[in-house]
Ligand binder design. Structure first.
Ligand code: TYD
Length: 212
């Protein structure tokens, strides 16, 4: 393989991504892959600083245009500083959220123009699209209930349920439009059942990649 695999992980808040990311990472490492785990927004010094502005619950006045530019700026830095070099170096990158979050949250959630989001994304990512995306499918009611135990929510989590429902609908649409890339995983099941499904999908992609 001449370059590394790029995996992204998506879903509404509280869908259990983090546990599965750890499992994917451990599994790939056990197969001898060099794995880089990163997240959005964040993953670099600059992007993490932008993250703290974006998610600060105090900034209730943030305009949706400001929000979309901040997410894009954080993404551009992550792509250039971490993702591109790692992929070129044959490392596997697992990114917790990426462009599908942008389309689901800013596009479907905020109702921003999808063509504008795509134009900005093409500047930010420069064709760096994931090879495979896991969408952890969990309805927002269950996801938010799962998160109730944790401390106060960030600026996005604090959005109304209607917003989270639109995001969820958005993810479903994106999965329908990109069936080859986006693998939908029923995240309402136990951690082990979810992992069995993820692992099956992952192994089939790895098998395919080894053949090319
Ligand atoms: P985070 O705490 O990382 O969420 P989670 O633990 O659920 O992954 O916060 C990131 C938040 O930012 C999350 O609510 C989704 C949102 N988001 C966007 O609205 N647009 C984006 O482009 C990205 C990457 C994230």
């Amino acid at each position: 393989m001449k370059r590394g695999l790029f995996i992204t992980v998506e879903g509404t808040d509280g869908c259990g991504k983090s546990t599965q990311i750890r499992k994917i990472s451990d599994h790939l490492a056990s197969l001898g892959c060099k794995v880089v785990v990163t997240r959005e927004p964040g993953g670099t010094r600059i992007s993490e600083s932008i993250r703290s502005i974006i998610l600060d619950p105090a900034y209730t006045e943030m305009h949706s245009k400001t929000e979309l530019l901040l997410y894009s700026a954080a993404r551009a830095q992550l792509v250039e500083q971490v993702i591109k070099p790692a992929i070129a170096n044959c490392e596997t990158v697992i990114c917790d959220r990426y462009v599908d979050s942008f389309y689901a949250y800013q596009g479907y959630g905020r109702g921003l123009d999808m063509d504008m989001l795509k134009r900005i994304t093409s500047i930010a990512i420069d064709n760096m699209m994931p090879d495979i995306t896991f969408f952890f499918d969990l309805d927002p009611e269950t996801g938010l209930r799962r998160r109730m135990d944790s401390a106060n929510g960030d600026r996005i989590e604090n959005e109304q349920l209607d917003f989270h429902r639109r995001v969820y609908y958005g993810y479903k649409q994106l999965a329908k439009e990109n069936p080859d890339r986006i693998k939908t995983i029923d995240a309402s099941r136990s951690v082990e059942e979810v992992w069995k499904d993820v692992r099956r999908q992952l192994d089939s992609v790895l098998g395919f990649v080894r053949e090319i």
